[in-house]
Ligand binder design. Structure first.
Ligand SMILES: [Zn+2]
Ligand SMILES: [Zn+2]
Length: 432
């Protein structure tokens, strides 16, 4: 073998790690993912939401349209791809824009209004654009699009998310709300912000210096320590919004009061894009300011920006990884369904086939079964049952094949009895 070939062999054996910014969701986390998915589906169904899943890749132009000039600021946070045919695609950075595109494209405005839509899947952003790596995050998303901009919908989205978190037993969160006004009153507020920040423009961080001339609202969103101190003195939105916006916001709060949902007002909470209007909100972790469980808001200008008719919309996007981290940190138990599973084992080769046919029968009857039938010894199989914390085992041996029966063993008490094959389903169901 030539030295060159040798080198290639070595290269072949090198591990190829996961792409930077991506993550594997591993089997030991599966119970959390399952719990979140089932809870989201149940809550969605209870509140009359149906699933919509737009594609992960959208045309890059879609976001240019949605963001207008703001795209310059956002572009570096987005992940773009180019096809061989030279089409510019974007990995979705959030769900709302794609959903609104689908709403227009499939004339969902002709269906019953509003459309209540739910989604669950990955979104991608360049967290640290200078590293040029895409970061994957999973979002659970609820949107109410169409119909009127009735404040009851804002409250409904919020109360639904409160239900979702409490169903997951997450209690330590603060709901913060603000109103960022409408096309009529926002320009005035922007001017006031501009005037206020004029005195500080030299002390601002580089990002804020850019926002200062382009999108003043984003000045309120800066996490830089020095900028945060300056922000304290900035004028409040709530004192500046027009009467219509103010009435709308008050009404949202009244609905929340009705539903006994506690909240705090945060004058500096924003959704920086032009298509957002009026109510914005966020679910924050009580411990860490950065620990956001979800953000949301009203986006009455988005559908129109994408070429549709003027359409009201309000929605929320929850951070699934953040929720899982909280569930782990707080050691929130996920109801293990282990008690509801039965273990199936065989004692020896001839019984293995019978065990396999019993396995199909149990599963066909809706019984959840754990087995390691490939293992030869009964002891080795039962070890797995103990490890899984199971209470009940079904065992088939030579004698049982002959007698057309099955042994039911109580793994905790050690007691066992033989039941005829005919009665086994009923017996297992009785004991689970
Ligand atoms: Zn207004
Ligand atoms: Zn700043």
């Amino acid at each position: 073998m030539s030295p060159k070939n040798k080198k290639n062999k070595k290269e072949d054996r090198k591990k190829t790690p996961i792409a930077r910014g991506m993550h594997d969701s591993l089997p030991h986390d599966a119970p959390y993912w399952e719990k979140i998915e089932t809870t989201a589906k149940d809550i969605a169904r209870e509140h009359g939401f149906v699933r919509i899943e737009p594609p992960i890749l959208e045309s890059a132009d879609l976001y240019r349209k949605a963001l207008g000039e703001e795209i310059d600021e956002i572009e570096k946070e987005m992940c773009f791809l180019k096809t061989k045919g030279d089409h510019a695609l974007a990995l979705r950075p959030e769900y709302t824009t794609g959903i609104c595109r689908a709403y227009i494209e499939h004339s969902l405005n002709r269906q019953g209004q509003p459309q209540k839509l739910f989604s669950l899947g990955p979104v991608f952003r360049h967290d640290r654009p200078h590293l040029g790596q895409c970061h994957e995050q999973t979002q659970v998303n609820f949107e109410i699009i169409g119909g009127s901009n009735d404040p009851i919908y804002d409250a409904e989205i919020i109360s639904m998310y409160v239900d979702f978190l409490s169903e997951l037993k997450i209690k330590d969160f603060t709901l913060k709300l603000n109103s960022i006004g409408c096309k009529t009153c926002r320009p005035t507020y922007r001017r006031q912000l501009h005037n206020f920040y004029k005195n500080y423009d030299r002390s601002l961080c580089e990002d804020c210096k850019k926002h200062f001339s382009k999108n003043q609202l984003r000045l309120l969103d800066c996490k830089n320590e020095r900028c945060a101190t300056i922000k304290e003195g900035a004028p409040d939105f709530l004192n500046k919004i027009c009467t219509t916006c103010s009435t709308h916001f008050k009404s949202v709060l009244e609905y929340l009061d009705e539903a006994n949902i506690s909240y705090t007002l945060d004058n500096h909470l924003i959704q920086g894009f032009e298509y957002y209007s009026r109510t914005v909100f966020g679910f924050f972790s009580e411990e860490k300011e950065s620990g956001l469980f979800a953000t949301g808001g009203r986006y009455d200008y988005l559908v129109e920006k994408l070429g549709g008719r003027s359409t009201a919309g309000v929605g929320i996007a929850g951070d699934v990884e953040r929720i899982i981290a909280e569930m782990k940190a707080k050691e929130i138990a996920i109801s293990k369904r282990s008690q509801k599973r039965v273990f199936l084992a065989h004692a020896g080769e001839p019984a293995k086939k019978k065990a396999f046919s019993l396995l199909q029968m149990l599963r066909a009857n809706g019984i959840r079964v754990v087995e390691v039938l490939a293992k030869e010894s009964l002891t080795a199989q039962l070890k797995v049952a103990h490890k899984e914390g199971l209470d009940l085992a079904l065992i088939i041996g030579q004698k049982e094949i002959f007698e057309k029966s099955v042994i039911i063993r109580d793994l905790k008490a050690g007691a066992q009895e033989t039941v005829s094959l005919e009665k086994i389903i009923a017996q297992v169901k009785k004991r689970l």
